[in-house]
Design a binder for this molecule. Structure first.
Ligand code: BG6
Length: 462
């Protein structure tokens, strides 16, 4: 005990998102988002055919859930507002029942001494806006800024930690390159426009926040995994530099420094993939950088130089420049298929310290999804998830080391508080501190890791 002590006021807690935990998707005036729609037309894409309607029902059980958070010692909790619950068509009329719901959630958190961190967008584009092209369409950038402004006006008197978006690369890669999320397009030109417009929307939301004159802070949440090269060979090194440009710097640089990396701009220009822009966009980026950065980390990205030339007719993707590399001997979480590499979290933090002005940041997601956790139930009905405890502890040790070396880290949030709906994997892999028994009306039971984390919080370390 006591070897890894964290600073006073360190943010301890967990993160979740609206579509993954609220449920009640067809109630109280919520409009459809792309997930509701996609599940209606292609339920076979989701594990066991389970859709977003069957999530953990936070919409109904939020009081019980927040009481549990308090019991487990959380001092902060990040959740997202469902844009299509608050503004069913994405623009225009505000749904009063949604205002009541989010107000109650915030008040309940505050009354429990848990700081609410609100994220405005977590992969869940309102359907009415996706029908106009979603992030492909510049109108949606304006709609997002207006929605963000509505949220600041409604809740900004009590909430002072805001995030514009969670992992904006995901709608780009999953929706426009790899056939993983709706609208399942494969179009690099559109992908670049989607990335650009969502970043611009983030900058405009930051601008709107500043204009309210509210005194809190606003940031973005990025999965800024370093791209590790297979070897020191210059071709492998180049592969990793380009992967880093596309997956990390394309988002990190405009968000933190207010500008795009020149090398990336040049590559896109040479390939004729530059997005459509407007004259004062660059100024908007420059003037509206984040106060705070959320860092999500699950797995490293390993790359190597390409083995073969791409097929000349194959659709263009980032893999035109590199191949993925599976390192022999890597540690892996077999349920999710993701490598576990704890030091990655430290490398990210050092990169932020050295190349991004040591921006104030926190670990906004880290976690381990495991299938069939009921195998680990003890006689008291508690899941003995020692693997999750090890996972968290091993990552926290690297976070601690980074902090000792001067990194500006303000907290650690696990993904996620209770087992949630995991997009395509639905309820296959469970991530929570708290289990949710779908067969028993979503009965909550704290896992061993939840009690362990409470102790860590009580001791401010381990
Ligand atoms: C993060 C997302 O990338 O990974 C979460 O922000 C997601 O929404 C988490 O749930 C884990 O991934 P998955 O696909 O296993 O749910």
């Amino acid at each position: 005990m006591g070897d890894y002590t964290f600073p006073k006021d360190f943010w301890w807690g967990s993160a979740a998102s609206a579509t993954q935990m609220e449920g009640s998707i067809d109630q109280d005036g919520k409009g459809k988002n792309i997930w509701d729609h996609w599940f209606e037309i292609e339920s076979n894409r989701f594990f066991d055919g389970v859709g977003p309607g069957k999530t953990s029902q936070f919409y109904k059980k939020y009081k019980e859930d927040i009481a549990l958070m308090k019991k487990l010692g959380h001092n902060s909790f990040r959740f997202s507002i469902s844009w299509s619950r608050l503004i069913p068509n994405g623009t225009g009329e505000v749904n009063k029942k949604a205002v009541t719901f989010y107000t109650d959630v915030i008040d309940e958190l505050l009354a429990s001494d848990i700081k609410p961190f609100i994220n405005l967008f977590h992969f869940d584009m309102p359907l009415a806006l996706q029908e106009k092209g979603g992030w492909e369409n510049r109108e949606v950038v304006e709609a997002f800024a207006a929605y963000a402004n509505t949220c600041f006006n409604l809740f900004g008197d009590r909430v002072n930690t805001w995030f514009t978006q969670n992992e904006p690369i995901v709608p780009v890669e999953a929706g426009y390159l790899y056939d993983m999320h709706y609208p399942n397009e494969l179009d690099f030109k559109k992908a670049v426009q989607v990335a650009y417009n969502s970043l611009l929307a983030s900058a405009k939301a930051i601008q709107a926040y500043k204009q309210t004159g509210q005194s809190g802070e606003i940031g973005i949440i990025l999965n800024v995994t370093p791209a590790y090269a297979r070897s020191k060979h210059p071709a492998d090194q180049k592969a990793s530099r380009i992967a880093d440009l596309f997956f990390n710097r394309a988002f990190l640089d405009p968000s933190v420094k207010g500008e795009f990396p020149q090398e990336l701009v040049q590559i896109l220009k040479d390939l004729d993939f530059l997005p459509k822009t407007e004259p004062n966009d660059l100024e908007i980026f420059k003037e509206n950088t984040v106060d705070l950065l959320g860092v999500n980390y699950y797995q490293p990205r390993r790359v190597k130089a390409k083995e073969y030339l791409p097929h000349p007719e194959a659709p263009f993707t980032m893999e035109h420049f590199f191949d993925h590399y599976s390192m022999p001997g890597k540690k892996i979480n077999p349920h999710r298929g993701w490598e576990i590499y704890e030091k990655g979290i430290y490398d990210i933090l050092l990169n932020l310290r050295d190349n991004y002005g040591n921006i104030r940041c926190f670990i906004s997601e880290n976690g381990m999804g495991v299938e069939g956790e009921e195998r680990f139930l003890n006689e008291d009905g508690v899941i003995q998830d020692d693997y999750r405890i090890d996972f968290i502890q091993d990552h926290l040790k690297w976070v601690h080391k980074a902090m000792e070396e001067g990194c500006n880290v303000n907290g650690y949030h696990l993904w996620t508080f209770m087992d949630n709906w995991s997009w395509l994997n639905a309820y296959k892999n469970r991530y929570g501190f708290v289990s949710v028994d779908l067969a028993q009306q979503g009965k909550r039971t704290v896992k061993k890791s939840g009690w362990w984390f409470k102790e860590v919080i009580d001791n401010n370390g381990f």
